[in-house]
Write a protein that binds this ligand. Sequence first.
Ligand code: ADP
Length: 485
Amino acid sequence: TAQFYRMAEGIMTKAFIKGSWVEGSGGTFPVTDPATGEEIAKVADCTVQDVNTAIEAASVATETWRLKSVKERAAVLLKVREELLKDKERIATLLTRENGKPLGESMGEVGFAASFFEWFAEEARRQYGETIPSAVPTKRMITIRQPVGVAALITPWNFPIGMIGRKVSAALAAGCTCIIKPAEDTPLTALAFVRACERAGVPAGVVNVVPCSRARVQEVGAALCDSPKVQILSFTGSTGVGQWLYSRCGSTMKKISMELGGNAPFIVFPTAKLDQAIPGAMASKFRNTGQTCVTANRIFVHESIHDAFVSGLEAAMTKELKMGRGLEAGVTQGPIINQRQYDRLDKMVKESVAAGATVVRGGMSCGGLFYPPTLLTGVKPNMPIAQQEIFGPVAAILKFKTEEEVIRLANTTDRGLAGYFYSNDLGQVWRVAEALEVGMVGVNEPMVSTCEAPFGGFKLSGFGKEGSKHGLDEYSNLKYICFGI
Ligand code: ADP
């Protein structure tokens, strides 16, 4: 607690609009620690009126920010990175308090957010145009990239600073200004992030944050979508909300970037090395207590190695996973974020067990928002646990016989974010990597997300790329200029 009080001194709870910390016109809403149910702080509850003020501020700021040289913008981005790293431990502690994830993961996430500021500071300086050979002697043709304008960024609770960092860095590097609408479960981390931007000297109005309560999120979301002054909406969250936002943006014809839910297959072929596949499954499944959109959702194991894989995974779960408060040393599994998510998970497991899945381990609620690491075998493709995003510490094992069968099963879903497989058959590696209908493939590797590579999905998992050189293009328009000579 001493550590917490030290941290609480600098905790930001107000909205940040046009370079000032302001009250929300809707009063406040509470933020709680999912591990204890304890209230951490009351945060500004912003209304449509506040959002409109933020849009206006971002719109005015864009006029000067877009005209800065890329080198000047890059210098500010590098300063943000420095401020985030300077304050890493404090931000991570706050993140763990409101999200529940183990402190080590929170520290990693702050580093992840910071890495994007370095990456996009570098990339901004290389946003080249083209010269296009003309078909006629009297014309010369070129293309340039220009900032889109004001970006609305709506972000989730599972990576409260990672997702914000990934979006804001790209937006600012491209010359856009932004309004962040953080998740209601984790606004404190977002505010701490913005405080770091403020200290780094990001000009007033370039980064604004408007937290709001769940009760107000729809009208606030609608205001961002309906405003003609907002030129791009970038959203990370559930597919249902993404679909709603996407349709709502039709009337203003915004650019859109959507990172939505996944249902990742994780396939273990007969030639897989179990001493790679089991740690891979552990890392993919249990990071953030299974609450990631790229987590291994359906673990397909070939019948010839099924039993060995299951017993190895069970042993690893027993040995390595420790449930508890994220601030406690040695804890690897925090709580589920909130009651709504908890009930959804609990119901999904119960229904799948009723439909015939076998509980090898876990499967019972164990107090508060803690759900035990669970292993289910005999899972069938039509069970809820295989059809929906689990978003919890439940490993669901499905048995398969042939490559053809497993590819068909893996692709039988309307989601297409990430997919993983373990194989040492070279031909199979090519075939399967190409056949999986997902935006990101991990071959003998569970951790694919990094600033240098394009993150994004297919199908109902959305579109648009974050990170990599492509991430910068989302926030810019390609303009063609034709010269008559
Ligand atoms: P989850 O179901 O995991 O909480 P959501 O998709 O609901 O995921 O949340 C992701 C983000 O979307 C959060 O910032 C949340 O406040 C926001 N959100 C939820 N509903 C809406 C909505 N109707 N309009 C705009 N934003 C929304």
